[in-house]
Design a protein around this ligand. Sequence first.
Ligand code: ZN
Length: 456
Amino acid sequence: MGGAQGIDDLARGVRAGDERALARAISLVEDGHPDARGLLAAVFPHAGTGLVVGVTGPPGAGKSSLVDRLTARLREQGRTVGIVAVDPTSPFSGGAILGDRIRMQAHATDPGVFIRSMATRGHLGGLAAATDQALTLLQASGKEVILVETVGVGQDEVDIVGSADVSIVVLVPGLGDEVQALKAGIMEIADVFVVNKADRDGVESLLAEIEAMLSLSDSDEPPPRIVRTVAVEDRGTTELLEALDELHRRTEASGALAGRRRHRLQRQLERAVRERLMGHAFQRVLAPGEVEKTVARMVDRVIDPYAAADEAVEKMGLPATSRRIDHLGIAVASLAEAVKSWEALGFPVGETHDVPTEKVRAAFLAVGESRLELLEPTAPSSAIARFLEKRSGLHHVCILVDDLDATLAEMKTRGVELVDEVPRPGAEGCRVAFVHPRAATGVLLELKEKTKPPEP
Ligand code: ZN
């Protein structure tokens, strides 16, 4: 396919609910085909409705049978259904998974059901991105309920199901301690717990385990419903559907549903930006030869990973790590006392040094990527001494900038009140300039120019 005409036709087919068009559209998205973008743009205004129900749980929990039975119930009510089976471990897709073929047969003659499995193929943003796009296509096709079923419980799958409108976690008796193990990832995303194969031994202890876990929650929301099912015998599926519909009504009324949908869109935005930037980076500055050269310098300890990233980002024409906080300056009456206290807290403090021009003695200590600067006045006329007459504590915030002259010129043009219109020498051989706290920054700002890395 190709060309605007082809995309328009395909988009029309998707919106009309044409099964072949939908299958082809999802393949384009999954492959990361260049036409996918135009297609998504064409259908996006028509997506956004259609309840997305995520279904996850460990392998063997009977998710597929459950999805199958739910689909049958929904069809009895005349609701159209889309099913997306997500399997990051499978190289196959397009309905090639065995379970899907079996399911296909059950709903093969029903135009109100569309089934599709998804695997990561050419998609740069990974499976979660491809799934979000498939959901957009299914919504645009008018499917009223879209069931997203994951094969396993990996991080990708938890992310996918966790941002659905409603999330179902399916468990089965006999998992034993697995509920504990699963807790960290999938247990938190559940809006509804399904205890499937509830005719087996161990149901009561599983229920007790779930309830015990839920009792630890400090959420203000009503606790997740727990529904027992025996999917293969079609028991409990009516109750499950009622629970889903009830949850849908409640979250729609409370605004929680709208919040989740906003979150899903935000995630798509962030992912699209990341994808664009990474694509750009790999084409332009992280080409294989470049990467090798940079890694070689890192191996030789000539450059650290953050400085290497700065270089890469700068080559892309973007500001690197400029405007991060370099340090917070704290005025202290006694540097020796302050150092003692900070070291007692487990922060090694660097060497003490004098800055005669400022009439201070200073020492830095690292706190994550930034630092604290402890400042003790060495003369009563020092700015720090005058500051300490009135108060103690935070004296200034130091921001790292790429080009100090340019930054000062820009601030001056915008009428920001500067202490220094021209840079002065600061600590560590850097040029610095101060911005007055009256300049609505709320605190005295020190602007520090990034030192240029020495020529190799
Ligand atoms: Zn400072």
